[in-house]
Each structure stands twice: as C-alpha cells, then as structure tokens.
Design a protein around this ligand. Structure first.
Ligand SMILES: Cc1cc2nc3c(=O)[nH]c(=O)nc-3n(C[C@H](O)[C@H](O)[C@H](O)COP(=O)(O)OP(=O)(O)OC[C@H]3O[C@@H](n4cnc5c(N)ncnc54)[C@H](O)[C@@H]3O)c2cc1C
Length: 390
C-alpha cells in the first residue's frame, strides 16, 4: 500500500497532522509502534495554556486555545476541553517576584493575565487553594482537555476522511533515494510514500540520525498521580512559580497531579492491556511522596483523596525548551515535529495545521522560524529551565 504521506507517531502531533492532511485531500498512513496517545500524549497533564509560554511559542499557543474552543465540534468527537483558567502560585516570598514579573511580561505581550495579589483574592476564585499561598497569576482563557479522548477523536476524524491507521507497527527507518524520501521500512515491510513526517516524540532521533540529523534531547521523567473521583472543588489548572508540581481536577472528579522534572531511572516496560501493548514507566516511591507533599500543600483536598493510579511520563526536552517543527529538509519530503519539551499537548491542533502546510510546501500562517532543527549548533551546551506547569 502506497501513500502520499506517512506519519510516524499517533500522539497528538501526528494524529492532528493526519487529520489536517486528509482534510486537504492527501492519502495518509498514520503509523504507531503502540497506538494512539501511547506515550507523552497519554501520560500528560493536558493543560491547554498560553500563560508561562516562551514568546516564540505564544502565537501558536494563542491560536491553539482559539481552536480548542470548537475542536470537539470540528472533529465530531469528545475532547473534554474546559476553559477553567490557569493559576500559577507563589508559595514563598521568594516566589512572589517571579509571578509578578510573569504577569508584567506577559501582559506586555498581549496576554490577558492578571495578578491576584492576596490569598483572599485567590481563594475567592479557587477556594480549594491553601491559605498559605501568597499571590497568583490568573489566565482565564487557559484550561485543559482529556488527552486520550482528544487524540482518539483526531484519529477517528482522520479515519473518516480516509486515513489508514497501522498500530502496533514500528518504523525502523525512513527510506531515501537520490536525495528524496521514498517511504518507510517497518517491522512489517516497506511503505512507499513521497513525504514522511517524523512525530515520534522521544524516539525521534532513532529515525533522524541515519538521515544526518539529531535533536539534542534530554529525557527527564515526570511522576503523575491520579486520584479516585471526589467532589468537584477545583476548576483551574494549578502551577507553581518554580514548576516543581502542577495539577488539576478532571471533569470526572479525579485529581491529575504531576511532579516537576526528575531524573529518569532508564526503566520502561511494555505491558499488554485493553488498548494493546503500551510502554509503561514506573515512578519511585520517593517521587510519588514528593508529589503528594508538594501539591497537597497548595491543594489540601488532594492529599486527602485516594490514589487510584500512578505512572511516569517522559519528556523530549530540547536545550531551549522549544520544539523542532521543520520541513524543507534534505532528503526532500522529510518533515519533523518533535522536542515539544513538556508543552506540546496544547499546541497539537495547531501543530497539525503547520505540518499539513509544510508537507504541501505551503508557508504556515504562524511564525515557525524559531523552531528550525539547525539552531542547536550554537545551543548544545545550554539548558533552559523547564516550564512544565499545566
Ligand atoms: C507528565 C507530563 C505532563 C505534561 N503536561 C503538559 C501540559 O500540561 N500541557 C501541554 O501542552 N503539554 C504537556 N506535556 C507535553 C505533551 O504531552 C507533549 O509535548 C505532547 O503530548 C507530545 O506529543 P507528540 O505527538 O509530539 O509525541 P508523543 O505523544 O510522545 O507521540 C509519539 C508517538 O510516536 C510513536 N513512535 C515513536 N517511535 C516510533 C516508531 N519508530 N515507529 C512508530 N511509532 C513510533 C510512539 O509510540 C508515540 O505514540 C506533558 C507531558 C508529560 C509527560
């Protein structure tokens, strides 16, 4: 079976790209080694936020937030999107200027972000926040979504438009002849295609290196705890000034809470379950205890809730914490979308539009110059602090 485009990876980036390309009339094959949302796009907190974004990403995040509002309607599927706002908290006097500066800078960049200067102001909006919290930024147009449901909705909408999905199939390499992409070699055979999109998250470099590219990635771990359903008490996504924890309450009442960046112990198991074979990374007891302590200090109701499930997620962190989104590469026909550095879920619907433009040799209507793959030559030895906070 041949295609115009093969997309490697059915996370939100690849699934949204498949949908957009099928909408444009191209014949698309979407391949995943496991299945939809098997890795970061399933492990995620799934905050949909503009606040705290790097200026280079802000235009994309704003466009994404506008898209999320009507995405469920467009896909004719569920997304669980809720525009409940984002609060970023200062817990100590040292953290107060961090939040004040954030509000100043992002207001100057045109974002509707306000400072809640007292605990009473914060608790008037979010009574579940602890009395010890000092100040907070508030972005009312931020929110969250249900990650697995959203990716599934993209996949189903793409399939209705004719996309072929091949799950449980691993791409071994991108094939090239005379400087042009000719398809992919998988563990089940060769698939001819004139264009290939690599949206393979932390595994992207396995496919890029034989083509002469490498995105310098660090792969830290984030511990995630999910509680049993409890009374709805929290409508906002909560982050903190130094990004050492974040969390929200899902629409089903479950708290979904994450740690900051932790060193990955290197373990990953593959387990069979309802959704087929999936990779699983286990957090340590110490990392889970730390999440309960830190998030429980800012949202005490979380510390009282029963923990129903836990996992760890891995991030594809680039040195400047910005993604690689680039086409017009050699070999001709290669497009890359990876390195989302802990904030690519929100961007997914817009990433899909940009990738569809790049595949069709069109200039995207959003600025992607900061996301070129060649920028790392001068960045190899630096690492921006993480901004993982919903
Ligand atoms: C704990 C955690 C919290 C986060 N919180 C947020 C947040 O609040 N807001 C936000 O916007 N972002 C957040 N992120 C980041 C966000 O989830 C990711 O940036 C985004 O999901 C990346 O999507 P992706 O499609 O690029 O990659 P992935 O979802 O990782 O998808 C890559 C896919 O490629 C497949 N694949 C890899 N190699 C191959 C191969 N050789 N052949 C076939 N298939 C292959 C994998 O199986 C996988 O399904 C968080 C991430 C984590 C882990």
């Amino acid at each position: 079976m041949a295609a115009d485009v093969v997309i490697i990876g059915a996370g939100i980036s690849g699934a949204a790209s498949a949908y957009e390309l099928a909408k444009a009339g191209l014949k698309v094959i979407l391949i995943d080694r496991f299945g939809p949302a098997a890795m970061a796009s399933g492990w995620t907190l799934a905050g949909v936020r503009q606040s705290g974004r790097h200026p280079a990403e802000l235009p994309l995040a704003k466009a994404a937030v506008a898209t999320w509002a009507t995405l469920a309607e467009e896909l004719d599927g569920e997304t669980g999107y809720r525009r409940g706002g984002n609060l970023r908290l200062a817990r100590t006097p040292d953290e107060v200027p961090v939040i004040e500066n954030l509000v100043r800078e992002q207001r100057a960049a045109g974002l509707d972000l306000t400072l809640l200067p007292t605990n009473a102001d914060i608790r008037a909006l979010a009574p579940a926040i602890a009395e010890s919290v000092l100040v907070a930024s508030h972005c009312p147009s931020d929110g969250s979504a249900d990650p697995a449901t959203t990716v599934e909705s993209f996949v189903q909408a793409a399939e209705r438009l004719g996309v072929t999905t091949r799950f449980g199939e691993r791409v071994l390499r991108v094939t090239v002849e005379n400087g042009r992409v000719t398809g992919v070699e998988t563990d089940k055979g060769h698939i001819p295609a004139g264009r290939v999109v690599i949206a393979a998250g932390i595994f992207g470099n396995e496919l890029l290196k034989p083509l002469g590219y490498e995105v310098p990635l660090q792969v830290p771990m984030v511990t995630v705890l999910r509680s049993a359903p409890v009374e709805p008490v929290l409508g906002q996504v909560i982050g903190v000034a130094n990004a050492d924890c974040a969390g929200r309450q899902e629409t089903n009442g479950r708290f979904r809470v994450t740690s900051g960046l932790q060193t990955w112990h290197g373990g990953m198991q593959e387990r069979d379950g309802d959704q087929g074979r999936r990779p699983h990374v286990m957090p340590t007891g110490a990392s889970m205890a730390e999440v309960v302590r830190l998030f429980g200090e800012v949202v005490p109701a979380f510390a009282q809730a029963q923990i129903e499930s836990h996992w760890a997620g891995l991030l594809d962190m680039t040195p400047d914490a910005l993604p690689v989104i680039e086409g017009a590469l050699e070999p001709e026909g290669l497009v890359v979308a990876m390195g989302f550095s802990g904030h690519g879920f929100c961007l997914g619907p817009v990433t899909g539009r940009i990738i569809a433009d790049l595949v069709q040799d069109r200039r995207p209507d959003l600025p992607i110059e900061p996301f070129g793959i060649r920028r790392f030559a001068s960045l190899r030895n630096s690492q921006e602090p993480a901004t993982l906070h919903g």
